[in-house]
Design a protein around this ligand. Structure first.
Ligand SMILES: [Zn+2]
Length: 494
């Protein structure tokens, strides 16, 4: 019903405004791409798998068909992104205190090395509480030592609530090893899952200790008790605001092998060359990757297909590329499909580190992520509102396409969770514009249900109406910002 309806609407529009009026993007156009990208054959588009090979090939074929030119640095479509993935291998360990071997009753230990082999016969342990003090400083002397860190942090300032931030602070302070302590009645399953999910990192930007891992509270209690210390007392001391850690007088002797997998993933990059030289560029981006096989063996559905996240965004990029490539524009228009967003915006960071055009040439980058959320008629919000001088111009273009504006800054809560953030940190005007983050109840409903699970797949009820409208909006934004008469940029010397 809806498809017939919108097709009729399009043809009426075309009649009303003559052949110059561009054809609107339809739900069916988008559905066609999502159907392929989020199919089981693409295995959930995990970087480094057969699913990646199929995904990047499909995107390059679509962009070639649209008339884009390949724009990776070697002239192909594919910009290599060196990634590294680590999995648990085997480990042997023992502990001594005052020359005495300690007997530990529990076996809940995860140890993962930076390199494939790690051996250290005398690694001193230091208890660091939350890792940082209430002012966010590492006061413990962790240089060359193994820092024991409570996974849950109390009394630490905001960025350090995240275990990742505390881990990086300890590494920066010289820790040889960072070992989290998880509560087996609470956060241990989460901690275990984080460490054993074979996380992917960007080879060039890795901040990693030689040894990382986790133990349970039971293990920690057994260890310190055997050394004649009191765990509750250690924890109580760690609450002091100037806590400088406590060297436990325990040395570890560890031998760890780690399954280290280094591989090249790809960002896909294409462009529509502009008519004018040195006039700046518009960049569209969206991540092609998702979580791959994400459920344990034996589960009824093991594939996280990522239909909304982010096959929908790539579908929109494909249609925007197709529409914009039909005409010449003043400025270059780049299209970037990034890898490993789900592992921490890694493809976007790799692009920001080694861009195929000078970053200061980008007058606007528009990221498209999780766009199949809202129905037609949704308001338009801007993630990144207030971070660039472009809000009013973007809104004016949106209003011209018949859209209403959601002018709160609520959606900025997502600013660090999307690829544009990697570019924004390098000073590129980076926005996410559209309807799917305008109604936060709708997005929260998705985040609390199908998000990052096997149920994020294409169904008859997948909402592509808002995405189709947002595709039209992105086409209008591209036409506007790539036109040097309509939009003058100081960056381009105009
Ligand atoms: Zn995601």
């Amino acid at each position: 019903m809806r498809l017939v309806h919108s097709a009729m609407f399009v043809s009426l529009l075309a009649l009303a405004s003559g052949p110059a009026m561009a054809k609107a993007v339809t739900e069916a156009d988008l559905r066609g791409h999502v159907e392929i990208l989020a199919s089981d054959a693409f295995e959930g588009r995990k970087p480094g798998t057969e699913g990646e090979t199929k995904t990047v090939k499909y995107i390059a074929e679509q962009w070639a068909k649209a008339g884009l030119k390949p724009a990776a640095s070697d002239g192909s479509w594919f910009e290599p992104v060196p990634l590294v993935q680590r999995g648990q291998g085997s480990a042997t360990y023992s502990f001594t205190s005052k020359g005495r071997k300690l007997r530990i009753g529990s076996d809940d230990v995860i140890l993962i090395g930076k390199q494939a082999e790690y051996a250290n016969s005398k690694l001193p342990l230091v208890f660091t509480g939350a890792g940082v003090t209430s002012d966010g400083v590492v006061r413990a002397d962790v240089t060359g030592k193994a820092a024991l860190v409570l996974f849950d942090a109390e009394n630490v300032p905001d960025p350090f609530k995240s275990p990742r931030a505390r881990r990086e602070a300890l590494i920066a302070a010289g820790a040889e090893a960072v070992i989290f302590v998880g509560d087996s009645n609470g956060n241990w399953p989460l901690l275990r899952r984080l460490l054993l999910s074979r996380p992917i990192g960007l080879e060039s930007a890795e901040r990693r200790a030689s040894l990382e891992g986790a133990i349970t509270t039971e293990f920690a209690v057994g260890l310190v008790t055997a050394a004649g210390l009191d765990w509750d007392q250690l924890r109580a001391h760690a609450k002091q605001s100037d806590y400088a850690g406590e060297v436990l007088g325990i040395d570890a002797d560890v031998n760890v092998t780690t399954d280290v997998y280094r591989f090249n993933s790809s960002n896909v990059i294409g462009k529509i060359p502009g008519r004018k030289k040195n006039a700046g560029a518009v960049l569209y981006m969206g991540h092609w990757d998702h979580l791959g096989i994400c459920a344990p063996e034996g589960a009824p559905d093991r594939i996280c297909n990522g239909a909304v996240d982010n096959a929908s965004g790539i579908a929109v990029l494909n249609e925007v590329a197709d529409a914009l490539a039909k005409k010449k524009h003043d400025r270059d228009i780049y299209f970037l499909a990034t890898t490993a967003e789900e592992s921490g915006l890694l493809g976007a960071y790799a692009f920001a580190e080694k861009p195929v055009l000078p970053l200061d040439q980008i007058i606007l980058s528009l990221n498209v992520d999780m766009i199949a959320i809202a129905p037609r008629g949704s308001k338009v919000t801007i993630i990144g509102r207030g971070t660039t001088p472009l809000d009013q111009v973007v809104e004016a273009v949106a209003k011209k396409t018949g859209r209403l504006i959601e002018s709160s800054t609520d959606a900025n809560a997502f600013i660090q969770r999307q690829d544009g953030w990697a570019l924004a940190q390098k000073g590129v005007p980076a926005l996410m514009v559209g309807g799917s983050f305008a109604d936060l109840d709708l997005i929260q409903k998705f985040l609390g249900s199908d998000y990052h699970g096997p149920n994020d797949e294409l169904t008859d009820s997948t909402q592509l109406g808002g995405a189709a409208e947002d595709a039209d909006l992105h086409i209008a934004l591209g036409r506007y910002f790539a036109d040097t008469r309509k939009y003058k940029s100081k960056k381009a010397g105009e």
